[in-house]
Write a protein that binds this ligand. Structure first.
Ligand SMILES: [Zn+2]
Length: 84
């Protein structure tokens, strides 16, 4: 996970943990929508809220809490290779 800062936190960038290989870029800046907040704990592990849902073919839905991926129940996280 990379937090891009330019004075203020701008983006949280990380690879999708669902296996699709997509780079997820969450906006942390106040004047964009949707926006997320990334709050680091004392070990600088970020907790992201709200949860992250992929809008591509990858059906990931997860929280990031203290730098760890916390899967939501409705996430079908196994990387599927089925054709559409
Ligand atoms: Zn994915």
């Amino acid at each position: 996970m990379t937090i891009v800062r330019d004075g203020v936190d701008k983006w949280a960038c990380f690879h999708c943990p669902g296996g699709c290989g997509e780079t997820i870029k969450l906006s942390l800046s106040n004047n964009r929508k949707p926006k997320w907040t990334a709050v680091p704990d004392w070990l600088k592990r970020p907790t992201i809220s709200p949860s992250v849902r992929q809008t591509n073919e990858c059906p990931c839905h997860f929280w990031i809490r203290q730098g760890r991926v916390d899967w939501c129940k409705d996430s079908r996280r196994s990387p599927s290779r089925t054709t559409k």
